[in-house]
Design a protein around this ligand. Structure first.
Ligand SMILES: C[S@@+](CC[C@H](N)C(=O)[O-])C[C@H]1O[C@@H](n2cnc3c(N)ncnc32)[C@H](O)[C@@H]1O
Length: 264
């Protein structure tokens, strides 16, 4: 199934797809490849990967948009799918290919491409997954339009995001002991404004995040023929809380938003 028939022969245009996001990802890919691969990050192991498996239950050909080092794609292959993973960063694509296990051979393929210019023929995928990728995409309309083009009618698009409302930049747990009585609450940063921020996620590792209100995503998805089948806002998983005790008090605040969408 991953014999290349989905590809339309378009070559990757690295110049056209170079933007501030991909420039920073080019420099920071090694951080992702080290910290977010098999078994390293408890949030992936305990929550994100099981949600991906249950969100795309029917075996088929899946497009993994922004595949990174391929952890999500490998998980989908292990659960019975064939997968093509794309990412604009060459080192991510090469590593995803190298980390594909022997058992994956013929079941996964990786290519350098950007979400807003997918090198595939229309309706060539049964499903698509985008896991924590759209926060790094400026051309949200172009990317969703391309996904709508390549997923066949009746197919699933599983869309995972840092929760756009509750994880808005500037959000966080406030423990105010100055006022009487003291107050603890989750502060939500400026929500309606579409903004890009560069965050130092680890010493000397900078990643650019684009915040948009949830309605911006939902309305664009609907306009392009994706209807909502399920919305999941999971509690932070126990293994994450064990490593982030400062988050314990805010454990009723979801970090993740998952939309399971059907292509009409
Ligand atoms: C946070 S990582 C997630 C990787 C993978 N989906 C996972 O969950 O393990 C975001 C990925 O999106 C990729 N990315 C950035 N801009 C992109 C674009 N315009 N199109 C597709 N992927 C992009 C980055 O190179 C990076 O590999």
């Amino acid at each position: 199934m991953t014999d290349g028939t989905a590809f339309d022969g378009t070559a990757f245009d690295g110049t056209a797809s170079a933007d501030p996001n991909t420039t920073l990802w080019q420099r920071s890919a090694e951080w992702w490849q080290r910290e977010f691969t098999d078994g390293v990050d408890p949030e992936y192991t305990e929550q994100i990967l099981p949600l991906v498996v249950s969100g795309v239950p029917e075996p088929g050909l899946v497009l993994d948009v922004g595949t990174g080092e391929g952890q999500v794609a490998r998980t989908l292959v292990a659960s019975g799918h064939h997968v093509i993973g794309i990412d604009p960063i060459d080192s991510q694509v090469r590593l995803a290919q190298n980390r594909a296990t022997d058992a994956d051979t013929g079941k996964s393929q990786y290519a350098q491409a950007s979400a807003a210019a997918l090198p595939f023929v229309s309706e060539s995928f049964d499903h698509a997954v985008a896991c924590l990728v759209f926060e790094h995409i400026d051309d949200v309309d172009g990317a969703i339009s391309e996904l709508a083009r390549v997923v066949r009618p009746g197919g699933t698009f599983l869309f995972l995001l840092n929760h756009p409302l509750l994880q808005t930049p500037g959000s966080g747990w406030i423990d105010d002991q100055i006022i009487e009585p003291p107050e603890q609450y989750w502060r939500v940063g400026p929500y309606l404004t579409e903004t890009a921020t560069i965050e130092e996620v680890q010493k000397d590792v900078h990643i650019r995040f684009v915040h948009r209100p949830l309605s911006r995503y939902v309305n664009t998805l609907y306009r392009h023929g994706f209807t909502l089948a399920e919305m999941i806002e999971p509690s932070p998983p126990a293994a994450f809380l064990a490593q982030a005790p400062q988050y314990e008090d805010a454990s009723t605040i979801p970090r993740l938003l998952v939309l399971r969408l059907l292509r009409q």
